[in-house]
Ligand binder design. Structure first.
Ligand code: CTP
Length: 403
């Protein structure tokens, strides 16, 4: 999954020969999972058809304040379009449109939309090399960037005029890379390494049987997603779960037993910035694992169990700069038990689930948590989806880390 997945991208097309590349740009944005709308200047329609762009973007494409040929025409609301977008990209951006943008002109739908947009605006200039290097154009670039717009520099190469130099619109794949990197670079967890344990563990009894638990792994997966969406590089150490996730910033390390989970944590822990133990790790495992399937007999059967390693406790004992978060699933004396675990395991924060709360715990899609930090400050949250809970946990982590 790309960081652009789910983002609302508004592409503004102006009248340059590079407009033919916008079709590929729309396709690439759609492939990242973004939602795309296109707005064009009237003259841009001479270079690429609205039909092509509406087919690829799966949305109507507008170039005027109302559609002439449609007798039931409604006003194409530039304010709505501008407010709809999470990011706007003018590509290609001609010298003419850029100068109008810098002057605040609004004599077409694209310009009015630009002036209404509250989101980050990128522009990818495309023009001949002398136009690109002209002091007036450079002044426009400077002014637009001073207003907070982000320039995606033109590339060098052969231009439509036959001349060779800088002025070619950046390739669509370069534009996507540029925007992804720019968004990532501004995220609060950019460059941070986050380690998350999630899911159940299975402790083998024999080749066909195990001791396990009902953890779905969803809470840990939502935590991984929330961290990646904040720009972190995530190592998700996942026990046997039916769920999975695909995201450019999430690396999944699949494990089965508590011992395998421990080994994976040991190799990833030392250089991580934030570690969250959300896994439901078995506290005991069969002392002897049979190589063969155990046959039934008439008499009762018992299994001798031995302790597994407490992975979170190990992380607490080895903690240096890491911000360490644990979970506590309790049925009685909830806050008191959670505070004890916070201390015993040397945590910065503990997430308490009470099985007495409806909708909480490790089976469903919702959770109800109470956060207790190292200063023993306590914050109770309402019942929420696990995705919202994950965001609440990272909000708290960000606040505590920046204190
Ligand atoms: N945990 C762990 N390794 C274990 C057991 C637990 O890393 N072998 C982690 C869990 O991921 C969770 C926290 O420890 O973050 C609390 O687990 P829990 O089972 O509720 O508490 P315990 O400390 O095992 O105590 P008890 O079972 O007595 O409640």
């Amino acid at each position: 999954m790309s960081i652009l997945s789910g983002k609302k991208v508004l592409i503004g097309v102006t009248a340059g020969i590079a407009a033919y590349k916008t079709a590929a740009l729309v396709r690439l944005f759609i492939k990242t999972g973004a939602e795309v709308k296109v707005v064009m200047t009237p003259a841009a329609k001479d270079f690429v058809t609205p039909l092509t762009l509406s087919t690829l973007s799966k949305n109507p494409v507008h170039s005027s304040f109302y559609d002439d040929e449609d007798e039931n025409a409604i006003w194409n609301n530039h304010v709505d379009l501008g407010l709809w977008a999470d990011l706007m990209i003018i590509a290609p951006a001609t010298a003419n449109t850029l100068s109008k943008m810098s002057a605040g002109a609004s004599n077409n739908l694209l310009l009015a939309t630009y002036l209404s947009a509250k989101c980050p605006v990128y522009f990818a200039p495309a023009m001949d090399l002398d136009m690109y290097n002209h002091p007036s154009t450079n002044n426009t670039f400077k002014k637009l960037q001073e207003f907070g717009n982000i320039m995606i520099p033109a590339e060098s190469g052969e231009l439509a005029s036959g001349l060779v130099g800088q002025g070619r619109m950046a390739e669509p794949s370069t534009i996507i890379d540029f925007v992804e990197k720019d968004i990532l670079g501004k995220l609060p967890l950019n460059g941070q390494k986050v380690l998350i344990t999630a899911g159940p563990t299975y402790e083998a009894i024999d080749p066909v049987r195990f001791i396990g638990n009902h953890s779905s792994g969803r809470m840990g997966i939502e935590l991984a997603k929330a961290a990646a969406n904040l720009g972190a590089n995530v190592n998700l150490i996942l026990g046997p779960s039916a769920l999975t996730i695909q995201h450019n910033l999430i690396q999944i390390i699949n494990v089965v037993s508590a011992e395998e989970m421990y080994q994976a944590v040991v190799s990833e822990y030392s250089d991580c910035d934030i570690a969250i133990a959300s896994a439901a790790v078995a506290d005991y495992r069969p002392k002897h694992v049979s190589n063969q399937k155990i046959k039934k007999a008439d008499s009762n059967f018992s299994i001798e169990l031995e302790r597994t390693k407490d992975i979170l406790k190990w992380m607490g004992s080895e903690k240096k700069e890491q911000f360490l978060v644990g979970f506590a699933l309790e049925t009685e004396n909830e806050e008191e038990n959670a505070r004890k675990k916070l201390k015993d395991k040397n945590l910065n924060l503990i997430v308490l689930n009470s099985l007495n709360d409806k909708g909480a715990g490790f089976k469903g899609d919702t959770n109800k948590i109470t956060l207790i930090n190292h200063k023993l400050e306590t914050k109770a949250f309402d019942l929420k989806t696990k995705s919202e809970v994950a965001k609440d946990i990272f909000n708290e982590i960000n606040v505590l880390k920046n204190e």
